[in-house]
Ligand binder design. Structure first.
Ligand code: CTP
Ligand code: MG
Length: 232
């Protein structure tokens, strides 16, 4: 069984949500979104390490949340995040233990990831290099110029919406990040950094419940999903 480290970026400001506190610390039926997310991973046998990246004001709160998982996960850490999501993830690499085989990156604000998808991503990443959860694009996507005039309409059947987790062999992900930092490349997900150094990344078809809580409406949907699952 591969040993998995999970990096959870939780250092964003949540500008689109517009709440008083950043999204990972908003509560869903009394429990923070971050805690729901950590619980989803703590349940998976392969998970040996969880590293949360957050802003300096939230370090103490994250430590308190992590206390609840002592004994369940071998190693629990928190690091200070950075300006962009990519910086927040990079900062967590300093804590990765030597015995780790695979690294998963998972947004703090996707609390509904299921165990089966995490395991499937681990198996595929072990075999090919990387695996990410994604769903087929449901809207038609347009490529536009600066004046919003449409340039082209890519065939929707080839398009997938990337989610997280995004799981990679440890050395491959670290090499991809080192290269991106060196060449000042900023990607919008982790796979894009691995793709640019020629790594193989496969898609695992996920489900639409693994939403990224972004806007106020997503919080309402999240409560419905939680009630449907009958937990907490
Ligand atoms: N994140 C991070 N460090 C950053 C920016 C984002 O760790 N500098 C994290 C967020 O906390 C979140 C995840 O990356 O868990 C996905 O980002 P997003 O949904 O965009 O969250 P925010 O950046 O907080 O929201 P917004 O873009 O609306 O400000
Ligand atoms: Mg953001």
């Amino acid at each position: 069984m591969s040993k998995l480290a999970v990096i959870i970026p939780a250092a964003g400001s949540g500008s689109r949500m517009g709440a008083r506190v950043p999204k990972p610390f908003l509560k869903l039926r009394g429990v923070s979104i971050l805690e729901h997310t950590i619980r989803a991973f703590a349940r998976v046998d392969e998970v040996d390490q969880i590293i949360v990246s957050t802003s300096s004001e939230w370090i103490i709160e994250v430590k308190t949340i992590l206390e609840n998982f002592k004994g369940e996960v071998k190693s629990l850490d928190v690091v200070v995040g950075g300006k962009e999501r990519q910086d927040s993830i990079y900062n967590a690499f300093s804590k990765i233990s030597v015995e780790i085989d695979l690294i998963a990156v998972h947004d703090a604000v996707r609390p509904f990831i299921c165990k089966e998808l995490i395991k499937e991503c681990c198996e595929t990443a072990s075999a090919v290099g990387g695996a990410i959860v994604a769903v087929p694009a449901k809207d038609t996507i347009k490529k536009v110029n600066i004046d919003l005039v449409i340039n082209s309409t890519p065939d929707r059947s080839d398009l997938w919406q990337a989610q997280t987790p995004q799981i990679f062999q440890k050395n491959l992900l670290i090499e991809a990040y080192d290269s991106a930092i060196q060449e000042k490349f900023m990607g919008t997900d982790d796979a894009s950094l691995v793709e640019r150094i020629g790594g193989v990344v496969k898609i695992i078809e996920g489900d639409r419940r693994n939403l990224k809580i972004t806007y106020p409406i997503d919080l309402k949907v999240a409560e419905l999903i939680l009630d449907e699952r009958g937990e907490e």
